[in-house]
Design a protein around this ligand. Structure first.
Ligand SMILES: Nc1ncnc2c1ncn2[C@@H]1O[C@H](COP(=O)(O)OP(=O)(O)OP(=O)(O)O)[C@@H](O)[C@H]1O
Length: 337
């Protein structure tokens, strides 16, 4: 659906040039929710804004639904842009217009008769759960309600793609959850491809199918959210994951450990606890659990256990080989073997 090839965005400033995006290639498939994560300044907004040409790429191509946007003339580009909705962290609603008028305004270009505009706006308001707020002004709405209006407005022209620029960053956790659920519903029911940028890994964990991590304008890691959580490669990716799944063990506990400390990761339906208890029964090894969690990502369990192993070196080695053969990934965090 979205094909980005060798895209760079270089800004010219008074003091020189700044690279916003540095040679990024990415594919977002139809119907998926794709998350782009990174700290402030990583280039997420620049990349997202290049997708609908709010920013013109300095180099590279962007194809949306097979069309190279950079090759379009202004009239064609305007039409193509209607098929790419966008929502923002700060909503950008028109304060002098009611909820109804804000959404109807987005339909202006479609030149629909009044009764069709009314029907469309009412359907959109129902979709986002705001039918009762039709005649109020943005200042009378909560942040979550404002974002719902933003979403209704973005959907007004039946887009195929929805771009979300830190759409939940100004919202509290409960409201964030409800907006994420709404985005999930829109993705499923309307088959709209969603690309979101965020600095919050929990947003990606909650709703994305695939993801990319950006740093200094580049994509440093990408893959299915499950795979990235199960086997992160870059240090920055690990850091982001630890922000939602913490494996931190207090120093005083670590100092009290004598044996090697291992992290065992079980993917999918493998019953990790069963494998570990079989291992402890089969080998002359004692396990001291330091951490354990089962995360559900895209409804698939991901089991992570951290433990200290005590026993003879050969027994520990054999026990780890046994666990590894049972679909687990074993990482020695602190050697002692
Ligand atoms: N209009 C601009 N002019 C000059 N430099 C810019 C412009 N927009 C972005 N940049 C620079 O490009 C780099 C990437 O910024 P960008 O806003 O894309 O990152 P980001 O990951 O979205 O961060 P944030 O979440 O803070 O917006 C930064 O160094 C930024 O200062």
């Amino acid at each position: 659906m979205i094909d980005i090839q060798n895209l760079s965005k270089i800004y010219k400033t008074k003091s020189g040039t700044v690279t916003g995006v540095d040679n990024v290639s990415l594919t977002v498939y139809e119907g998926e929710i794709f998350g782009i994560v990174g700290y402030s300044g990583a280039g997420k907004s620049s990349l997202l804004r290049c997708i609908n040409l709010l920013e013109r790429p300095t180099l590279g191509t962007i194809r949306v639904d097979g069309v190279d946007l950079t090759s379009l003339k202004s009239e064609e580009l305007r039409a193509a842009r209607l098929k790419i909705g966008m929502i923002f962290q700060h909503f950008y609603l028109i304060s002098q217009k009611t909820v109804y008028e804000n959404i109807a305004f987005a339909l202006k270009a479609a030149n629909l008769p009044k009764n069709q505009v009314q029907k469309r706006v009412e359907d959109l308001l129902e979709m986002v759960g705001l039918s009762d707020k039709k005649d109020v002004y943005p200042s009378q709405l909560s942040g979550g309600q404002k974002q719902r209006v933003g979403i209704a407005r973005a959907l007004a022209n039946d887009p195929k793609v929805l771009l979300c620029d830190e759409a939940t960053s100004a919202l509290d956790p409960t409201t964030t959850k409800s907006i994420l659920n709404l985005l999930k519903k829109i993705n499923k029911e309307l088959n709209i491809t969603i690309v979101l940028i965020t600095h919050e890994m929990n947003v990606v964990k909650e709703i994305c199918n695939r993801m990319a991590i950006m740093q200094e304008g580049r994509v440093i890691e990408e893959g299915s959210v499950y795979d990235v959580f199960a086997s992160p490669k870059a240090d920055l990716t690990k850091e982001f994951i630890e922000s939602v799944v913490s494996f931190e063990i207090p120093d005083v506990i670590l100092d009290g450990c004598e044996g090697p400390i291992v992290k065992v990761t079980f993917r999918g339906q493998v019953a990790g606890e069963g494998v570990i208890s079989d291992m402890l029964q089969t080998f002359q090894v004692k396990g001291n659990f330091l951490h354990g969690s089962i995360e559900y990502i895209q409804d698939l369990p991901l089991g992570i256990f951290i433990m200290e192993l005590k026993g003879k070196q050969e027994e520990i080695q054999a026990a780890l080989t046994y666990v590894e053969k049972r679909a687990a990934q074993v990482e020695v965090l602190r050697d002692g073997i």
